[in-house]
Write a protein that binds this ligand. Sequence first.
Ligand code: SF4
Length: 344
Amino acid sequence: MLSPREIIEGYHGRPLRVMEVCGTHTHEIFRLGIRSLLPQSIELISGPGCPVCVTPTGYIDEAMFLAQECGVTICTFGDLIRVPGSEGSLATARATGAAIRPVYSPLDAVDLAAAEPERQFVFLAVGFETTVPAVCLALRKASSLGLRNFAILGANKTMPQAYLALKGSADAFLYPGHVHAILGTELCERLVHEGISGVLAGFTANELLTALAIIVLRSQEGKPFFENCYPRVVRPEGNLAAQKLIDEWMEPCDAEWRGLGRIPSSGLRLRPPFADFDARLKFHVPPITGRPNPACRCGDVLQGKLRPDQCPLFGKVCTPLHPVGACMVSNEGSCSAFFQYAQR
Ligand code: SF4
C-alpha cells in the first residue's frame, strides 16, 4: 500500500489546482517543505483564509477615524496595526499620539475598559467563525459588568458564501480545519452538490500529506467529493455551544472582502438588542470607502489569480518590514509566507 507521500509524488495525471483556504495551512505547508514534494501536475494556490488580509482598506480607515477623530482607545490583534489604510496605518496613527493597544484576546480589551472607565475602548473584531465566539464572550462579559465604555468595530466574516464565490478557482479546496471545528461538516457535504470538491485538513505534516493524497485519489474518480481528514477535531455537527453563542449575539449581513468584493450574507453584525456595543453607531462613523494602493495585487493573490512573487512589488518595494499590502503583513498572509519560505 502506498503512503500519502508516495501517492502525491507519483501523481502525473491531469493538472490539479488545490486551494489552501486557510492562511495557517499556507504557512505550515511551506514550513514543512511539502511544496517541494509536489510534482508539476499539482499546483497549490493560496486563498482568502487570512482574516487580516481579507479585511478591506476602508475598515482600517474606520479604525483610524475612531482613534484620531473620536479619541477612543483601539484594542486590536497586533497584525492589524501595520495593515495600510488609505492614508497610513494604525502604527502611524499611534506614532502621532493615537491610543492603539495590542491585545491577545477580546477579553483583554474588556479588562482594559473595566480598569479605565473614563476612557472609551473599541475592539477591532475581525476574523472568521474561529474568532467570533471569543468576541461574543467578551461582549457577554462587558454586558454583565455593565460597561458603557466598550464597543466593537465589526468585520467578522463567515466562510460558506466565500466558498461559493470562489467556485471554479480550484479543482479542490483544502478546507480550514479550525473554521469547521465550529461549523461542522454538513456545509462541505452540501457543497459537493454544488460541484465543489474539498477535503478537511489538520495541520501536522501527516495530516496535510494525507489530505493532499486523498485529493489526488478522489479527483481521479471524476466527480465532486468531500472527506473529513481531520476527524480528531472536526465533528459532523461542529461545536454546538459556539454556534449557539454566535447566534445569540450576531446575525448574518453582507460583507466586503478585499479581493472578492461584497459577498451577500458572508459577514456577521451585532443583533439589534446589542446595538450599544456597535462602535459605528456609538461614534457616528461616516461611510468610508477605502483607497487601497493601486499597485498592490492583494486582491488577485487572495483569489488565487496571481502568485505573490508575480506581484511586481514583491520583495522589492514590499517586504514584511515595509508591507505595501495586507497579505505581506499578517503571519497568515500568503505574500508573507512566500517571502519567508519560497525564496529559500
Ligand atoms: S507583494 Fe505586497 S504589494 Fe504585492 S500583492 Fe503582496 S502585499 Fe500587495
